[in-house]
Design a protein around this ligand. Structure first.
Ligand code: CP3
Length: 333
């Protein structure tokens, strides 16, 4: 299904994952998170779990943005309760990384799972494939983790710009291929997550944010990929106006720091908006959640809009709160 043909579709970033008891139940079958991410059955089941429970309009493939450094043969670990940790490499080692055929085989399980999910998913529902934006993936590849606010990446952005641009180009190529494979396997919507956009210096947005993402989009379009593309430039603030002028995505996902009233006034009508309930408001529920949802629906009335959060669902979020938000939107439609 084309997401743009649906009337205010609803889905949630990180809908497949830890807030669902049924996910936590199957997650324990694999010790290692990446092992789970590359397991055909686990991908199919966890992708469909939120659709079964909430009847959402879109499913997002259960995977992670860090599969890209993994297939480039950089060691990636997920440490329980902390998050990802990548092997620290020297600058030349990073540039010399190449695709590892054996690890690519792991990703084939993901593409095969997409084929199966597409068969199992009702034709009126969308299937979203995704990758991280090159800058965000580079942040993890260069710094290893987010503990120190990506200080090494930021330093190299200033002192070794040509080197970092070369690294981004490598990520552009692999990410294009990865999105292309997800599309060919049955994804009808593609999303690019730029979670760490805010780490880029304002005067460097063009080279580190716009250019690499635009290149991926142009690569896909030149290969006749005609499905809607969503971008999520988290933390760019008012630079979002500039962002939509430089990146030709169909849909822009708005983070929860942004005022949707301001966004509506300042972003061109031909860009579809997605977002932007605060995940903490969803976590806490109650009257404030109701008020926020009502307000958002009022603001986006008459505008093409995909209902979502401003970032991922928090693991402690009660399923009742998620159900409540869905019921509210469906009642008001
Ligand atoms: O439901 C979905 O959204 C589909 C699956 C999905 C995951 N990660 C599964 C996951 C998606 C779309 C992502 C994207 C992702 N991964 C991003 C971009 C979006 C964002 O949240 O900003 C980033 C930066 C990552 C990297 C990553 N993966 C981090 C920082 C972490 C640890 C923090 C955390 O949220 O746990 C992960 C692990 C991860 N990715 C989990 C899940 C369900 C939790 C691990 C587990 O279940 O053991």
């Amino acid at each position: 299904m084309n997401i743009l043909d649906l009337d205010r579709p609803i889905w949630f970033m990180r809908q497949a994952g830890r807030h669902l008891p049924e996910y936590n139940k199957i997650r324990v079958r694999k010790k290692n998170f990446l092992e789970f991410c590359f397991d055909y059955e686990s991908i199919v089941t966890s992708t469909l779990q939120p659709i079964k429970r909430y009847d959402l309009d879109c499913a997002i493939i259960f995977s992670d943005i860090l599969v890209i450094p993994y297939i480039l043969n950089q060691r990636v670990d997920f440490i329980k309760g902390i998050g990802p940790n990548l092997e620290l490499l020297e600058m030349d080692e990073l540039l010399n990384l190449t695709l590892n055929q054996k690890k690519l085989e792991d990703l084939k399980n993901c593409y095969n799972a997409i084929r199966e999910i597409r068969k199992l998913l009702h034709k009126n529902k969308c299937l979203i494939g995704f990758c991280g934006a090159p800058w965000t993936v580079a942040c993890y590849m260069v710094d290893g983790n987010s503990k120190n606010g990506f200080i090494r990446t930021k330093k190299l952005m200033r002192s070794e710009k040509p080197w970092l641009i070369k690294l981004l180009r490598k990520i552009v190529d692999v990410s294009t291929e990865h999105l292309m494979n997800q599309y060919k396997s049955g994804c009808d919507t593609l999303m690019i997550f730029e979670s760490w956009a805010a780490c880029v210096d304002f005067n460097e947005y063009n080279d580190f944010l716009y250019e690499p993402v635009e290149k991926i989009i142009n690569n896909l379009r030149s290969m006749n990929v005609d499905v809607p593309i969503i971008v999520f430039p988290k933390g760019v603030g008012e630079k979002i106006i500039d962002y939509v002028n430089h990146v030709s995505a169909d849909i822009i996902s708005i983070d929860n720091q942004m005022n949707m009233n301001w966004v509506i006034k300042n972003i061109n009508r031909n860009v579809v908006l997605q977002g932007n309930i605060d995940p903490k408001v969803l976590l806490n529920g109650g009257e404030i959640l109701e008020k926020n949802v009502k307000e958002l629906l009022k603001i986006v009335k008459g505008r093409k809009h995909i209902f979502n959060l401003g970032h991922g669902i928090l693991p402690e979020t009660p399923v009742e709160n998620v159900q409540k938000i869905i019921d509210m939107i469906r009642l008001q439609k």
